[in-house]
Design a protein around this ligand. Structure first.
Ligand SMILES: N[C@@H](CCC(=O)N[C@@H](CS)C(=O)NCC(=O)O)C(=O)O
Length: 203
């Protein structure tokens, strides 16, 4: 299986983290964004969004990081990363969708204002946008904190791709000064996630 990616992307991190936890070796093709390699016609034929990641497995081409995670996890059902039980599986999907819709956009907006704009010479951070992202981060951080209070993992009592999805969204939380400490259950859980062998391997 071949993964087109750029290692700086949280959407890529969640896929590489999943592969690392599963012990799956992927052939990796890093795309150089500064050269626009993610927008060239050959790559757009695989991923019309011109974004990373993209997985190619034989004739099958899959985009969208969270669906790639499901695909990889389903190759090793014994791992439990994608539970067999229908309710647990749906719960994992619920938290993946919740991440895509509500949680990761706040971290993405913070990273854009506080890191990416500076890196790309796109001007100063916009304080209004930072305040908005922080308010939303606090709103959804409280939801995740409530979920994780008294739990070790997001779903059930073992690691799943729900944990790997959400933790990857927090990849730049420290650099973006996201107020994680205000959410003690999230903070403690995130420390457990970053202690995983796969977290280091997927850096
Ligand atoms: N929903 C997609 C988002 C992919 C995405 O936006 N990736 C970013 C990197 S984090 C990207 O490649 N952006 C380049 C662009 O959109 O031009 C996923 O989860 O895979």
């Amino acid at each position: 299986m071949k993964l087109y990616h750029n290692p700086l992307s949280p959407n890529v991190r969640r896929v590489r983290l999943t592969a690392a936890v599963l012990g799956l070796e992927l052939e990796e093709k890093v795309l150089d964004f500064s050269k626009g390699e993610h927008k060239n016609p050959e790559y757009l034929a695989l991923n019309p969004n011109g974004a990373v990641p993209t997985l190619v497995d034989g004739d099958f081409v899959l985009t969208e990081s969270r669906s790639i995670m499901q695909y990889l996890a389903s190759k090793k059902p014994e791992s439990g990363l994608l539970p067999r039980d229908e309710a647990a599986r749906a719960d994992v999907a619920r938290w993946q969708f919740w991440d895509a819709a509500h949680f990761s956009p706040q971290l993405g907006n913070l990273a854009f204002e506080k890191m990416i704009k500076g890196m790309l010479g796109m001007g100063d951070p916009d304080p209004t946008k930072i305040q908005e992202a922080l308010a939303n981060f606090r709103r959804f951080g409280a939801v995740l904190d409530k979920r994780l209070t008294g739990r070790t993992y997001v779903v059930g009592d073992a690691l799943t791709i729900a944990d790997l999805t959400l933790a990857s969204s927090l990849m730049y939380a420290k650099q973006c000064e996201a107020p994680l400490a205000e959410f003690p259950a999230v903070d403690a859980w995130f420390s457990r996630m970053t202690a995983l062998e796969g977290w280091k391997k997927s850096a």
